[in-house]
Design a protein around this ligand. Structure first.
Ligand code: RTP
Length: 151
């Protein structure tokens, strides 16, 4: 358990196109996480292949990269108690058909190929993804600003 755990959450092109960015941000804010980085970016296929390197051999990999490059994404870093695990729970199951209502995918998505958002699946992958998407670094809060809901 870590109070200052960080996770990389990304609204995918379908989520941006459908105007769901604000709703997804609101869920993380309302849950109590702290936003430490945020950007809208049109990712290249090369960059997305690095992000999804672990899935390279999967049959859906080429389609996944094309989908992710089809429009801008919104990448963000949220920090707080067990951010990785809780972030994944807030997203819901990868296939929205299995996502329970109340989760982001369970409320807004139907298809695994258009499942609206990404969330890091482990602390190590979160740190890799944060370095890949935010090489310039993330916000540094002062000690006074660091007193947050759980700290
Ligand atoms: P994500 O990385 O997007 O948070 O998703 P995840 O960990 O829940 O799932 P993962 O297995 O890493 O798959 C990454 C993304 O690939 C697409 N996918 N398509 N057509 C298919 O069978 C299939 N399976 C996975 C989804 O967009 C999934 O989020």
């Amino acid at each position: 358990m870590s109070f200052n755990e960080r996770t990389y959450i990304m609204v995918k092109p379908d989520g941006v196109q459908r105007g769901l960015v604000g709703k997804i941000i609101a869920r993380f804010e309302e849950r109590g996480f702290k936003l430490i980085a945020l950007k809208l970016v049109q990712a290249t296929e090369e960059h997305l292949e690095k992000h999804y390197a672990d899935l390279k051999g999967k049959p859906f990999f080429p389609g996944l990269v094309k989908y992710m490059a089809s429009g801008p994404v919104v990448g963000m870093v949220w920090q707080g108690l067990d951010a990785v695990k809780t972030g994944r729970a807030m997203l819901g199951a990868t296939n929205p058909l299995a996502s329970v209502p109340g989760t982001i995918r369970g409320d807004y998505a139907l298809s695994v190929g258009r499942n609206i958002c990404h969330g890091s699946d482990a602390v190590e992958s979160a740190e890799k993804e944060i370095a890949l998407w935010f090489p310039e670094g993330v916000a540094q809060y002062t000690q006074a600003q660091e007193s947050w809901i759980f700290s």
